[in-house]
Design a protein around this ligand. Structure first.
Ligand code: TYD
Ligand code: MG
Length: 454
């Protein structure tokens, strides 16, 4: 019988200690230590020798060939783009997201669309029947998708050896356990050991593996940070459950840029790629409504036009409320202070609510101008003309600062039929395209307001 002992492991950084600690001495986080039971003879020497010894030889760096990495086309434009142009053989991809957001749907739909690739879908959460029901709902059936409901890692490797799939999905890493570690599935050491073994499998056989991961209350992927270090790519699937739009964001990617973003719409029959994100906005008819302004924003590397809505009303109680959905609240407070100080609008006794349409979260600083315009439009109760959009970062002294990729923003606005766009002054250097939209350069917020409200 293997002797067992307990260690305490930090959930955040994976550091371990023989006794419980309130504060992790390594990463400084509080209350992250959890007890783990490990068996005495748990060493990597005891691991099953499922894989052959590495045949890799040291190479001179200059002799390494740098051809285009062959990639597997996932038949899904958005997914391919987020991965940096397709799935790299032998890569380990982690997809995190809140429960019910659609991770399993995304992956199942993708593998069902791959007819020539033999896939093994390991489900630790749902029965084969549930998976079949979901597949029927998505309404696509692949000849080459195998399903196994299994949580024991050693058994999973046996299935893999028998089936020899070209692509493996593990749904989810928190339900898988290895017999080498005695703590329960989902614990730090289980997650770490299992993903390390899966990584070894992926690298040695060149089989790509997608892991689905849960996220915890704080919104980060559960398990130690080491999990994020182990894998090649970390993607986050996010969105608001009450809206149909979902965003696939790349947080880490060893084979591509992390600026990429995939947008989907959740439908009754699966996810639909949204290749033109501005359609989020185009469905709305906001003519004559005050408190609405349109920003030419960029998320990832794609431009899109997005609706900013604000409501300003007199505070009923002593302390005015400030709330922002899809936008950083501190940034909004900063912009309100700029409005007060530089443009002389008294908002101190007002409630201000801000909302970005479609349940999206936008981090582009070029949204600033649109945010303050929406606030002012609501405060004055004057609507902004329907065919005007704007882009620009607002500085603390009320100046409008240049933004990146101005050309893309202007072209997108033109494409969507806007007739006028406000842009920061001195931002048009190198802008060569001939456009059919009036470009108005503004230097300060007052100038922008004069343009919008006369
Ligand atoms: P699921 O993929 O199970 O989420 P996760 O694996 O991230 O926990 O998605 C579940 C939600 O998606 C569920 O609320 C139902 C919804 N859904 C649709 O709206 N349309 C569909 O075609 C499918 C399959 C699911
Ligand atoms: Mg799921």
């Amino acid at each position: 019988m293997a002797k067992t002992k307990s260690v305490y492991v930090c959930n955040n950084c994976g550091n371990d200690s023989p006794k419980w600690l309130g504060k992790c001495p390594v990463c400084g986080e509080w209350n992250t230590y959890v007890e783990e039971v490990v068996s005495k003879d748990n060493s990597s020497k005891n691991n099953l020798h499922i894989f052959e010894m590495s045949k890799a030889k040291p190479l001179l760096l200059k002799d390494v060939e740098t051809g285009e990495e062959p990639r597997i086309d996932l038949q899904d434009g958005e997914f391919n783009r987020v991965l940096g142009g397709g799935l790299v053989p032998g890569s380990l991809v982690l997809i995190g997201g809140e429960p019910g957001i659609g991770k399993s749907t995304l992956i199942l739909q993708t593998v069902l669309g791959l007819n020539n690739i033999k896939t093994l879908y390991v489900s630790g959460e749902e029965s084969a029947r549930q998976l079949k029901l979901r597949a029927d709902r998505i309404n696509s059936n692949s000849e080459n998708c195998f399903i196994v409901c299994e949580t024991n890692l050693e058994h999973i490797f046996v299935h893999i050896q028998n089936l020899k799939p070209d692509f493996v999905i593990i749904d989810s890493i928190q339900t898988i356990f290895t017999e080498n570690v005695e703590s329960s599935p989902g614990s730090v050491s289980q997650v770490r050991e299992c993903s390390a073994a899966i990584l070894k499998f992926a690298k040695e056989t060149g089989t790509p593996v997608v892991l689905i991961g849960h996220i915890n209350k704080e919104g980060s992927i559960a398990g130690p940070k080491v999990l994020e270090h182990i894998v090649d790519t970390v993607l986050q699937f996010e969105g608001d459950q009450h809206y149909m739009y979902r965003i696939l964001r790349s947080i880490k990617n060893r084979f591509g840029s992390t600026a990429e973003l995939g947008i989907y719409e959740m439908r009754q029959n699966g996810l639909r790629e949204v290749s033109n994100p501005s359609e989020l906005l185009l469905t709305q008819n906001h003519e004559g409504l005050s408190g609405v302004s349109i920003a030419a924003a960029i998320e990832g590397i794609r431009p899109f036009l997005i609706e900013t809505q604000a409501l300003v009303s007199t505070a009923a109680y002593g302390t005015p409320q400030r709330s922002a959905t899809g936008f950083d609240l501190r940034r909004m407070n900063m912009l309100l202070a700029v409005l007060e100080k530089r443009a002389g609008f008294k908002l101190i006794q007002k409630d201000v609510f801000l909302n970005i349409a479609g349940g999206l979260r936008v981090n582009d600083p070029a949204m600033d101008l649109s945010v303050i315009s929406a606030v002012l439009s609501s405060s004055l109760d004057i609507s902004i003309e329907k065919h005007i959009c704007m882009t620009g970062e607002v500085g603390l002294s009320g100046e409008i600062r240049p933004v990146n990729r101005i050309e893309q923003r202007v072209l997108e606005a033109e494409k969507l039929g806007f007739t006028k766009i406000l842009v920061p002054q001195n931002n048009l250097k190198g802008f060569t395209s001939k456009v059919n939209i009036e470009i108005v350069q503004v230097r300060k917020v007052e100038e922008a307001f004069r343009q919008l409200f006369g």
